[in-house]
Design a protein around this ligand. Structure first.
Ligand SMILES: [Zn+2]
Length: 716
C-alpha cells in the first residue's frame, strides 16, 4: 500500500490583494493628506524702532555732513549695479491730517521718491506710485495698530506694497515707523523735518527688503539712528531680496538666494555680539537700550532657518532674540512652530496659549494653534481656533485652507469645498487652496477637475509638495504608477517631512512587488509621522509578504491601535496571526473584516482555515464554499476546499475542484499531483497518469509508490 502524498497539499493563505491597499485607492476616507502651512515668520512683529526724537534733532547737523561724505564715497562702488529695475506697484495711504495739506499727493510722492532714490540707484528697486487714498483710524492709534488695521482690512493685490503716512500729532506712537515684512506694508510718521521723515521712510522700506538693524554710524539702519545711508551688508541683503514676493503665503525668497542671505545675517549677528561684549567689558550697558532693537536679525534668521527646516537653529535664534527683547512675541511664535515640527506638540500649544494670554487678537498665533491641535487629532478644537482667527482676520486664506483640511478629515467635503471657493475668491493665487480643492474632487472621483486644480496649484507654485503629492494620487488612481512615483518623490524632495508622500511611495513599491524599497519608505513614513496608522499598516503588509510574520503582527496591531480599521488591515492581520498560530485573535480579526465587508472572500477563507484547525470539517467546507460564492476564482479557497475534499475521500468533488483551480493557475504542480490522486481513486488512471506527468514536468517529486501503482493499473 502507499500513502497518498497530500502532505504537500498545504492549505494556503494569502495576503489581501496588494492593489487595494495602496493609499487613496481604497479606504481613502481615512487617508486624507494633511495639508498644512504655517504662517512663517514675522508678520506684524518686525521692526520696532522706538526713536527718541530729541536725540535725532541733536545729531541731525552732524549727520548731514557725514551723510554727504558717505554719499560721495558710496557712489563708485555701486555705480555698475542695477541692470534691471524691479518695479513695485505701490499704494500710498495718508491719514486725514496729511490729506489736509495742499497738493498732498505731490507732497507724499516727493517724500517717498526722496526716500526710495537710493533703493532705485543702488539696488534696482523702483516704487511706482499708482494709487493715492486717505484713510482714517482711531484717534491716537499707535503705528502698530494702524498697520494691523490696514493688514486686516486692506484688499490689495499680491506683489503690491502699501506705504502709509501718518501726520496726526495725536498719534501716541513712540515709533517713527513700523513695517509688516511679509505683507509689504510700511507705515511712517510724518515729522516736521522732511529729512527725518525721508530717513524714516528709507529705514522702513529697507526692512521690507530684508534689511536689519546694525551698529554702523553711517547706516540708516543703525541701532542708534546715527546714519542715513544704506550700509554694505544691508545693501547686499536688499539686492538679494530685490525679487522677493509679497504673497505672505510662503517665504519670500527662492531657495538659491537663502544661503547668501543666511551668511549675511550671520555676519551682522556676529558683529553685534562682538560689540555688545566690548561695550559690556567697558562697563557700558547701553547696548540693549538702543532705540532700535538688535533682535530683528535673529528673527529674520529664525524665519529663514524655519524655511530650511533647521529647527534647532530656529530655537537658538529665538533664544537670542528673547534675550535681547523679552517682549519678542514673534520669537515665541517661531519657537512654537519649530517645537511642533519637532514633534513637541504639547509644548508648542503651551507656547501659543502663553502668547494669546498676552495678545488674544493674534490671528496667526490662533492659526498656528489650530495646526498644533489638528496634529494632536483634536479636530474640533482646531476648527474653533481657525474660526477665531478668521473672526479677527476674515481674509486670512491660509486659515481657510487649513479649516478645509480639517473638514475633509471629518468627512465634511461640501463645507470644505465652500470654504476653499471663498478663499480662492479672495486670493486667486492661493496655490494650496487649489491643491486642497483637488482633494475634494479626487474624493468625488472627478479626476479631470482634480487634475485641473492640481495643475493650477503647480503653475502658481511649482515646488508645492502637497500639490505634487496630490498629483501623484491622481496618477496612481489612473494606473500610471511610474509617473505617480515621480510626483511622490518630488513632494518628498521639496518637503522631506511629507510622511504621506513617503507612505504613498511605499504603496507604489508594494504594488510593484519591490518589497525592500516599499519597506524602506514605510519605515520613513513611520519615522516622520509616528502616529500615521497607514504607515504601520503598509509596513506590516510588507513584512507579511516578506514572511516575517511576527514583525508583521506587531505593526498591524499598532495600526489598529492607532485607530485604523480597514478591510485590508483586518485581513492581513488575521492572515499573519494564522501563520503564527494565534487562532483566537486571528478569528477575531477575520470576523471584524466580515463586519466591514460581509462579502469578503478572503475573510471567509481565513475562517475556513480556522475551522480546519478545530477539525470542524463541515464548518470549514461551508466557509470555503462561502468564500467561493463571493469569488469563484479565489485560488486560496479553491485549493483549501479541494484539499479538504481529498482528505475526506470525496474524490469526485475533489477532482472537480482541482480542475477548477488548475484553470485559474495551470502551473500548480501540487494541484496536479493531488488531482492525480483523486483520479486514481476514481479509477481514471489515464487522467491520473497525465497529471502525474504534468506535476513531474513542473519539477515536483511525485511519490514513487504512487507512480508505480498508477503505472500498474494502466498496464492491466
Ligand atoms: Zn527698524
Amino acid at each position: 500500500m502507499f500513502k497518498i502524498s497530500f502532505g504537500k497539499a498545504e492549505f494556503s493563505i494569502d495576503a489581501w490583494s496588494i492593489a487595494d491597499l495602496s493609499s487613496d485607492r481604497a479606504g481613502e476616507k481615512r487617508r486624507v493628506a494633511i495639508i498644512e502651512i504655517d504662517v512663517k515668520g514675522e508678520k506684524g512683529k518686525v521692526k520696532k524702532p522706538p526713536m527718541n526724537i530729541r536725540k535725532i534733532i541733536k545729531v541731525v547737523l552732524f549727520l548731514l555732513i557725514l551723510g554727504f561724505l558717505a554719499w560721495c564715497s558710496s557712489g563708485v562702488g555701486t555705480a555698475f549695479y542695477s541692470n534691471e529695475l524691479r518695479v513695485i506697484k505701490t499704494i500710498v495711504l495718508v491719514d486725514p491730517a496729511f490729506a489736509e495739506r495742499a497738493n498732498w499727493q505731490e507732497a507724499a510722492s516727493r517724500l517717498i521718491n526722496l526716500a526710495a532714490a537710493p533703493l532705485e540707484k543702488e539696488a534696482g528697486i523702483k516704487f511706482s506710485l499708482e494709487e493715492f487714498a486717505a484713510f482714517t483710524f482711531e484717534a491716537g492709534a499707535t503705528l502698530e495698530a494702524v498697520a494691523a488695521a490696514l493688514d486686516k482690512q486692506l484688499v490689495k493685490e499680491e506683489e503690491t506694497v502699501v506705504i502709509g503716512l501718518v501726520a496726526a500729532t495725536a498719534s501716541k506712537s513712540p515709533l517713527f515707523g513700523f513695517s509688516l515684512f511679509s505683507e509689504g506694508i510700511a507705515i511712517v510718521k510724518v515729522l516736521e523735518n522732511e529729512a527725518l521723515t525721508v530717513r524714516a521712510l528709507l529705514h522702513e522700506l529697507a526692512h521690507l527688503f530684508g534689511a536689519v538693524h546694525v551698529a554702523d554710524p553711517d547706516s540708516v539702519l543703525d541701532l542708534w539712528n546715527r546714519g542715513e545711508n544704506l550700509d554694505r551688508v544691508n545693501l547686499a541683503l536688499i539686492r538679494l531680496f530685490r525679487e522677493r514676493s509679497f504673497s505672505s503665503l510662503r517665504y519670500p525668497l527662492s531657495r538659491e538666494k537663502r544661503e547668501e542671505v543666511r551668511s549675511l545675517y550671520q555676519e551682522i549677528a556676529a558683529s553685534l555680539r562682538r560689540l555688545e561684549r566690548e561695550m559690556r567689558a567697558k562697563g557700558d550697558s547701553s547696548f540693549r537700550k538702543a532705540p532700535n532693537l538688535a533682535d530683528d536679525v535673529y528673527l529674520n534668521l529664525a524665519h529663514l532657518e524655519l524655511e530650511e527646516r533647521n529647527y534647532e537653529a530656529v530655537l537658538n535664534c529665538c533664544q537670542e532674540a528673547l534675550r535681547l527683547n523679552s517682549d519678542a512675541v514673534e520669537a515665541l511664535n517661531l519657537m512654537g512652530i519649530a517645537r511642533r515640527r519637532q514633534g513637541a506638540i504639547d509644548e508648542a500649544i503651551a507656547i501659543y496659549r502663553k502668547i494669546l494670554e498676552r495678545q488674544p487678537q493674534e490671528a496667526r498665533v490662533l492659526y498656528n494653534l489650530g495646526i498644533a491641535l489638528a496634529k494632536q487629532g483634536k479636530l474640533k478644537d482646531a476648527l474653533q481656533a481657525y474660526e477665531q482667527a478668521l473672526k479677527i482676520r476674515p481674509r486670512m486664506v491660509e486659515a481657510m485652507g487649513n479649516q478645509a483640511d480639517v473638514l475633509l478629515r471629518l468627512g465634511r467635503e461640501k463645507e470644505a469645498e465652500d470654504i476653499l471657493m471663498k478663499a480662492l475668491a479672495i486670493n486667486s493665487r492661493f496655490a494650496l487652496g487649489y491643491a486642497n480643492l483637488a482633494e475634494v474632487y479626487f474624493r468625488r472621483e472627478e479626476n479631470d477637475r482634480a487634475t485641473e486644480m492640481v495643475n493650477r496649484a503647480l503653475a502658481l507654485e511649482p515646488d508645492l509638495p502637497e500639490a505634487h503629492n496630490m498629483k501623484g494620487k491622481i496618477l496612481h488612481r489612473q494606473g500610471r504608477v511610474e509617473e505617480a512615483m515621480k510626483e511622490f518623490s518630488l513632494a518628498l524632495k521639496f518637503d522631506p517631512t511629507q510622511a504621506k508622500a513617503a507612505h504613498n511611495l511605499g504603496n507604489c513599491y508594494l504594488e510593484l512587488n519591490r518589497l525592500q524599497e516599499a519597506k524602506n519608505y514605510f519605515e520613513l513614513a513611520q519615522k516622520l509621522a509616528p502616529s500615521l496608522a497607514e504607515a504601520y499598516e503598509g509596513l506590516g503588509t510588507c513584512l507579511l509578504l516578506m514572511k516575517d510574520t511576527a514583525a508583521a503582527i506587531f505593526h498591524l496591531r499598532r495600526a489598529r491601535e492607532l485607530g485604523l480599521n480597514s478591510l485590508g488591515l483586518q485581513l492581513n492581520l488575521s492572515t499573519a496571526l494564522i501563520y503564527q498560530q494565534k487562532w483566537a485573535e486571528a478569528a477575531e480579526a477575520a470576523q471584524e473584516a466580515l463586519r466591514l465587508e460581509p462579502k469578503s472572500s478572503l475573510a471567509w477563507n481565513n475562517l475556513g482555515l480556522l475551522a480546519l484547525q478545530e477539525k470542524d470539517w463541515s464548518q470549514a467546507e461551508k466557509y470555503f464554499r462561502q468564500a467561493l460564492l463571493y469569488d469563484s476564482r479565489n485560488k486560496q479557497a479553491l485549493a483549501n476546499l479541494a484539499a479538504l475534499l481529498l482528505a475526506l475521500n470525496r474524490w469526485a468533488e475533489a477532482a472537480a475542484t482541482y480542475e477548477q483551480l488548475l484553470k485559474e493557475s495551470p502551473g500548480e504542480a501540487i494541484s496536479h499531483n493531488n488531482l492525480a490522486v483523486a483520479y486514481y481513486h476514481l479509477k481514471d488512471y489515464r487522467q491520473a497518469w497525465a497529471h502525474i506527468q504534468q506535476a513531474l514536468s513542473l519539477g515536483l517529486e511525485v511519490n514513487r509508490e504512487f507512480m508505480e501503482a498508477v503505472k500498474k493499473q494502466l498496464k492491466d
